[in-house]
Ligand binder design. Structure first.
Ligand code: ATR
Length: 264
């Protein structure tokens, strides 16, 4: 039986096993997908197991998306440019790091029929997922990408990595069409203070978090009369891309799959 894992810390909240095991069963694939919580000093050992091919592939989540890079033989262009790996697979005996968060975001936005082209995007936060958002948004031809992060030097690091982006101080609200909450603030129902007077009603509020379904950030967007969306579809599509890489099959995304992730 083939074995797949998601590694991270914390990992308890991860819904990847639920989704992948559902698709594995649906496609009659003899494999199992589990989650493992690793400490940083356990990663090397884990990779020794992968290299012996005792493990057939794995997903990587916070905080290891960059940590795993030295253990890989090759990176996809997207993983290289974002320095972020969320999916690992074997290719001709080599361990290859991919970033499926990028196409996950792109496919999620496309499925909503929202057009990023020529739009001004404001991203709140500068954590692990932001390089992938910036890469996807540039590919989708956003006219401006601005980062605002509480710790300004992390926003500056992103500016050094992607020189086309702008940065503003935390609390500053430049003009935007779409605002993305990529901070972890919504996880425990904390609130972001935004100057709502300036916002208007023709904006798109997007939160990368999908649990809770509606963060205070999305509640605010809705209350002001704007379009809102959480990160559930992005999560599903990044898993879809990983599944395709490992099994060469496009799994179904239907209401059953959408409901599956609501049960918890
Ligand atoms: P990491 O930073 O380790 O990659 P993450 O969960 O991907 O972790 O990112 C957390 C993001 O939420 C960061 O942008 C963080 O801001 P800092 O860089 O200033 O830490 C942001 N964040 C978390 N708690 C916050 C808070 N109370 N107010 C504002 N931003 C917060």
């Amino acid at each position: 039986m083939k074995k797949y894992f998601v590694i991270g810390n914390p990992i308890n909240h991860s819904l990847s096993p639920k989704l992948h095991n559902y698709w594995l069963k649906q496609n009659s694939i003899n494999a199992v997908y589990e989650k493992i919580k690793l400490e940083k000093n356990e990663i090397e050992n884990f990779f020794l197991k992968i290299k012996k091919q005792e493990i057939n592939g794995c997903n990587v989540t916070v905080p290891f998306k960059k940590t795993v890079i030295p253990f890989l033989d090759r990176l996809s262009l997207e993983a290289e440019q974002t320095q972020s790996v969320n999916t690992i697979c074997f290719h001709n005996g080599n361990l290859v790091g991919h970033n499926t968060d990028i196409s996950g975001f792109q496919k999620a936005i496309n499925s909503l029929n929202y057009k990023i082209k020529n739009k001004k995007i404001l991203i709140l936060g500068a954590g692990g997922v932001v390089p992938s958002l910036i890469f996807a948004l540039s590919k989708m031809e956003a006219s401006e990408i601005t980062i605002s992060n509480r710790t300004s030097n992390k926003a500056q690091d992103l500016k050094n990595q992607f020189n086309k982006i702008n940065t503003v101080s935390w609390g500053e609200l430049p003009d935007f069409d779409m605002i993305i909450n990529a901070t972890s603030l919504g996880l425990n129902n904390e609130t972001i203070n935004l100057n709502t007077l300036k916002i208007g009603t023709d904006k798109f509020f997007y939160d990368v978090i999908y649990n809770p379904k509606e963060t205070n950030f999305l509640k605010l967007g809705k209350k002001l009369g704007n379009q809102t969306e959480n990160g559930k579809l992005m999560f599903i599509y990044q898993a879809f891309e990983a599944f395709k890489l490992w099994h060469n099959i496009e799994p179904n995304i239907n209401n059953k799959v959408l409901d599956l992730l609501d049960d918890d």
